[in-house]
Structures are given as C-alpha cells and as structure tokens.
Design a protein around this ligand. Structure first.
Ligand code: APR
Length: 259
C-alpha cells in the first residue's frame, strides 16, 4: 500500500475513532509506557527498552530490592527523570476528560504524568513514585523530598537505612486491590475502551481490554507497533500517541460542536 494510501487510511480511522468517542457515555483510556515515550521516558520492551538494559528480577523484584536497593534506584531514575513533562498525548486525554468523554484513565505507568497533565480520575495499577516508605523505621516521604537525594543513589532515610521503598508494584507483589477492583468495574461498565502505548503482555493489567470487550465495549488501540492483541480490537491505529491523540481529541471536539 502506498504512503499516501496509508495516510488516507489513518485519517479515516482517526475520524471514525473520534466519532465513536464523541458518542461515548463512558469511555476508559488504558495507558502503558508508550504514552510517556515522547516525554523522554524509555519504554520497557521494543527497541531501546529498559528490559534490554536491566534485569527485571534484579532491579524490580522484592528480592532484588532487598539485596541491592541501589540497583533499583539507578533503574528508577530513568523512569522518573525530573525533566520529564507530560506530552501532547497526556494533554489530549485530559481534554477528552474535560469534554465529558473519558471517565477514567487506567495506567500501568508510575510517572504521574497523567495527573500533571490535568487528568483527575487516574487509576495507577502499578502504583506510583508519589510516596516512599522506609522499611526499617516506617517513615514516609513525598517524592519531592526524595528526588533531590537521588544524586547519591540510593537515597538514605533519616534513620540511616537505604531501604526506602516507593509505593510501586514490584515483580512478585500483588497489584493494589482497590485499584484493580476500580479498574475492573470501569472496564465492565464502559462503552468504549481505548488502549494507548502498551504491548499488553503483563497480566493482570492486560486482561482489562478483554473484560471491556466481554461487556460489549468498543475497543480501540493506538500503539507505535502492532501487538499480539490487535486482532481483538475494533479500531487499530499504529503511530505515535503524541501525534495521533491530539488529532483524535480535535475531531471529537468538532463532532461535539456539530451535534
Ligand atoms: N506512541 C505510542 N506507542 C508507543 C510509543 C509512542 N510514542 N513509543 C512506544 N510505543 C509502544 C511500543 O511499541 C510498545 O508496544 O508502547 C508499547 C510499550 O510497551 P512496554 O514497553 O511493554 O510497556 P507496557 O505495556 O506499559 O508494560 C507493562 O510491564 O515491565 C512491566 O511494570 C512494567 O508497567 C510495565 C508493564
């Protein structure tokens, strides 16, 4: 297929997806690392992915953290670089929330960029870096208190301990029960479920699109590259979230104005 034809096809799908969203009474957006890629945060899989550079078991499991908290903090610094800001994809989702289309964002990300872009209803399935707890004395810190300490990795608690653990889900840990319950509730009752920037390979989060499909929702996926689950989706867009999502949000706003 020629590039022109592909471009025309993408424009058509963007318009169709925008029409679906503009008619939605309860849309849910489910995001993964890909939505933060254009904010300078590396993804986990695919070219340049973090799991090609770090051993997940060593840096992101409970055992690995207890053996070597420094390895975890070196890894996490790449995910929560202080210079990272929300990109146009995060802002487009916040805009769709303001338009009354998106009811909630379910994210696998821990970078808090959705909230910084103005999204109010955010379910963080894998937790976030917002609070950090000392496993020895129990003192908790805000991310803002820890960020400056990251120059000398690992950060050290006032009690002298280096076991400062953020409220993120490590491999081997269960997902926050409340977050998963709310996510399943939204996935089971939404009429439109849009995945943005996820390879959909980590469960139980990756079950959610199928929960939505089983409940009769229209499924949309926007990802830079094909995923194993594309065939289950009603609409498939391959491209950059920072490019395509603002165009979808603009078209939704246009459809709503005409309605
Ligand atoms: N726009 C849209 N999609 C993108 C972009 C972009 N600019 N850049 C990359 N992508 C896509 C990649 O093609 C990839 O399929 O985003 C996807 C990111 O997939 P992963 O790196 O596997 O991230 P994610 O799906 O969020 O991983 C889930 O795995 O390691 C655990 O806890 C970690 O939350 C993470 C979970």
């Amino acid at each position: 297929m020629t590039v022109d034809k592909l471009k025309k096809q993408l424009i058509t799908v963007i318009e169709e997806v925008a029409r679906v969203l503009s008619r939605s009474k309860h849309a849910v957006v489910f995001t993964g690392a890909g939505i933060s890629a254009e904010s300078g945060i590396p993804t986990f899989r695919g070219s340049g992915g973090l799991w090609a550079k770090y051993n997940a078991e060593e840096v992101a499991s409970v055992d690995g953290f207890m053996k070597n908290p420094k390895a975890f903090w070196e890894f996490i610094k790449e995910l929560v670089k202080n210079k990272s800001k929300p990109n146009s994809a995060h802002y487009a989702i916040a805009e769709l929330e303001k338009l009354g289309i998106v009811r909630t964002v379910i994210t696998q990300n821990i970078d808090m960029l959705h909230q910084r872009a103005g999204s109010e209803e955010v379910i963080e399935l894998h937790g976030s870096m917002s609070t950090i707890k000392c496993l020895e004395c129990g003192k908790t810190y805000d991310w803002k208190e820890i960020e400056p300490k990251l120059t000398d990795c690992p950060p050290v608690c006032e009690c002298g301990s280096t076991y400062l653990k953020p409220a993120v889900v490590f491999f081997g840990e269960p997902l926050p029960e409340d977050a998963m319950a709310r996510a399943v509730k939204h996935a089971s009752s939404c009429d439109t479920f849009m995945v943005v920037g996820s390879s959909l390979v980590v469960y139980p989060a990756a079950y959610l699109p199928f929960v939505a499909k089983k409940s009769g929702a229209t499924l949309i996926i926007l990802n830079a590259e094909p995923t194993h689950a594309d065939e289950y989706f009603d609409y498939v867009l391959h491209g950059k979230a920072g490019d395509i999502l603002p165009r979808i949000a603009e078209a939704v706003s246009r459809f709503l104005t005409r309605a």
